[in-house]
Ligand binder design. Structure first.
Ligand SMILES: Cc1cc2nc3c(=O)[nH]c(=O)nc-3n(C[C@H](O)[C@H](O)[C@H](O)COP(=O)(O)OP(=O)(O)OC[C@H]3O[C@@H](n4cnc5c(N)ncnc54)[C@H](O)[C@@H]3O)c2cc1C
Length: 379
């Protein structure tokens, strides 16, 4: 490697890959190539047009919108955050169609959040168990009338269901309370619906387009070898002044990345940013030699949830003009009943946000399992 820039390949052009490439460029590494399997950049940050609105089909919230969060800082620096319109009012309705007093709903919601966001330790319990237990304790200690306690209980259930979407989990009972303490809360969540894709544009801003290679699905990463190739063209020109052509040496690289189309790219370093799901499916055949046992075990043991978005388009808005979000409170719901039981799919239609421009569009987020059931039921 002596005498030449280290060649670095980043696999995946989602925000992780693009951010790595941008940082490397900032630190002066000029030989950086990004390989992306699909025909577009951004990965799970994606955008689409719907009616006259631009919608985010992937991420749209900055979780932990504070100076500690690099996504927040980048978008703030670009002036984008000043363009975000106000979210609008929160409205709460019961499943029977009654409007629930927003002050009461917010008070109960806040109480539920303070329990669910508690960082526990060494209890051996799941977040779901802990939440059901603590909220029940709180309900029992309340002096309120029965009616109010029931409503409080159902708002606690709403908090639990919103939490599933917030952390992208499919079941509160599969989140370990002990691990939950390691979640770093950097601040409130900021919804930048319709604007998130600008993060991708910002990350790409100074990156040379010819070093971003789309439709390059990486199928093998040989990462512990010695691969000889002729030096890059620029270095050939440089050495022509100093050495005779016969002295031209082959360059050696420790990594060779093979794409599905047969293309091979050598490198000194490779940064793999593909998702945990892709790693679970392909890690055993992707890396040659195999990754160390502890890494393979981590890939195997880590789990992920899934969320889907359903965009609803109405002929005209049925909500009041100042409304930004609508939460549905199911009267017979309790924190203990928060589950991903398929029979409960209707109860998991609990949170809708009005999309900008606030004309006819609404977004409903749910787990993939429920979205499949909802689509089937509405065909
Ligand atoms: C519907 C939805 C809503 C979400 N909402 C939010 C939110 O509001 N806020 C938030 O913070 N997060 C949200 N997330 C999560 C967030 O989008 C992701 O955590 C983030 O975008 C992941 O970025 P990444 O670069 O790590 O991975 P990815 O975006 O998955 O990028 C990985 C890239 O690698 C490519 N790739 C895969 N295999 C190969 C291969 N073999 N060769 C080459 N390339 C390959 C993929 O095509 C992809 O482009 C949401 C996710 C979804 C799906």
């Amino acid at each position: 490697m002596a005498g030449r820039n280290p060649a670095i390949v980043v696999v995946g052009a989602g925000v992780a890959g693009l951010a790595a490439a941008k940082k490397l460029k900032e630190y002066g590494f000029n030989d950086v190539t990004v390989l992306e399997a699909s025909e577009r950049v951004g990965g799970r940050v994606a955008t689409a047009s719907l009616g006259n609105a631009c919608v985010d089909t992937g991420a749209e919230y900055i979780h932990g919108a504070s100076e500690e969060n690099p996504v927040y800082c980048l978008l703030k620096k670009s002036g984008l955050l000043n363009q975000i319109p106000e979210m609008g009012e929160e409205a709460f309705y019961s499943n029977k169609g009654h409007k629930v007093d927003a002050n009461f709903a917010r008070y109960a919601y806040g109480a539920g959040e303070s329990i669910i966001r508690y960082r526990g330790s060494n209890t051996g319990k799941s977040l779901g168990e802990h939440y059901a237990e603590k909220t029940q304790g709180m309900i029992d200690s309340l002096q309120e009338d029965n009616d109010k306690r029931t409503r409080m209980q159902s708002i606690f259930a709403l908090v639990g269901k919103d939490m599933l979407i917030d952390v992208g989990a499919s079941d509160l009972h599969r989140i370990s309370l002990d691990s939950w303490q390691y979640y770093i809360n950097m601040g409130d969540s900021l919804n930048i619906a319709g604007f998130m894709f600008q993060l991708v544009d910002k990350l790409l801003e100074d990156f040379p387009k010819d070093r971003l290679l789309l439709k390059r699905e990486v199928s093998k990463i040989k990462w512990d070898g010695s691969f000889c190739v002729a030096p890059p063209h620029d270095e050939l020109l440089l050495s022509a002044h100093t050495e005779s052509p016969s002295e031209e040496k082959l360059c050696q690289y420790p990594v060779c990345i093979v794409c599905e189309n047969g293309e091979e790219i050598v490198a000194d370093h490779v940064i793999v940013t593909i998702s945990l799901g892709c790693l679970k499916a392909h890690a055993s055949s992707l890396f040659i030699p195999s990754l160390p046992t502890e890494k393979m075990e981590a890939i195997d043991k880590l789990c992920f949830g899934n969320i889907a978005k359903i965009f609803l388009e109405y002929e005209e808005a049925f909500w009041e003009s100042d409304v930004g979000t609508i939460s549905l409170i199911y009267e017979d719901d309790t924190p203990a009943s928060v589950s991903t039981n398929k029979m409960q799919w209707l109860k998991n239609m609990q949170y809708f946000s009005v999309l900008r421009p606030k004309e006819r569009l609404m977004l409903y987020q749910t787990t993939v399992t429920f979205s499949v059931i909802i689509i089937k039921n509405n065909k």
